[in-house]
Design a protein around this ligand. Structure first.
Ligand code: ADP
Ligand code: MG
Length: 158
């Protein structure tokens, strides 16, 4: 499938995209978020994590590399790999343990660990537009990702 995209008019729309995405993931898979600093990767993640039921702040795991969120038996692992020095460090974060049906991995800066990542279900990419708008584009890398992608297309169809 070709790349799909939609416009995010403001910060609320970016959080809203995360909320919508939360529904379609069914709480599992690997979703990466690419894009320059400040394009809204953490903002989108916040929308998703709040939609899963988290009520507190969603801080950027810039220094910890990983922030876990537990919702009963379900969990969301929020990674920010910007400061990862070597892809192999991912193993020290226990990454293999998070690849199960009850875990959704959200990964900012996947470029820092591409050689260590398994199949990415959905690759998101954010870019700046004028007037604080953003463009989000996505590409599926698995059947699960394709299901999510189709649901997003249907949701954001003009
Ligand atoms: P990243 O994680 O990609 O570095 P953040 O989500 O931390 O980016 O920051 C995005 C910044 O841009 C925030 O300060 C937010 O208020 C601002 N912003 C302005 N317009 C938008 C938009 N349309 N979508 C997302 N963030 C926006
Ligand atoms: Mg961020």
């Amino acid at each position: 499938m070709p790349e799909q995209r939609t416009l995010l008019a403001d910060e609320a729309a970016t959080e809203g995209f995360g909320q919508v995405l939360a529904r379609f993931t069914r709480g599992q898979g690997i979703i990466t978020l690419s894009g320059d600093l400040g394009t809204g990767k953490t903002t989108l993640s916040r929308g998703l994590i709040r939609a899963c039921g988290h009520q507190g702040a969603v801080k950027s795991p810039t220094f910890t590399l990983l922030e876990p969120y537990q919702f009963g038996t379900q969990r969301v692992m929020h990674f920010d790999l910007y400061r990862l020095e070597d892809p192999e460090e991912l193993e020290f974060l226990g990454f293999r343990d998070y690849l199960d049906d009850n875990t959704l991995c959200l990964i900012e800066w996947p470029e820092k660990a591409l050689t260590a990542l398994p199949t990415i279900d959905l690759q998101l990419s954010l870019t700046y537009l004028e007037n604080d708008q953003r463009l989000v584009s996505w590409r599926a890398g698995s059947d699960h990702g394709e299901t999510i992608s189709q649901a997003l297309i249907a949701h954001y169809r003009p």
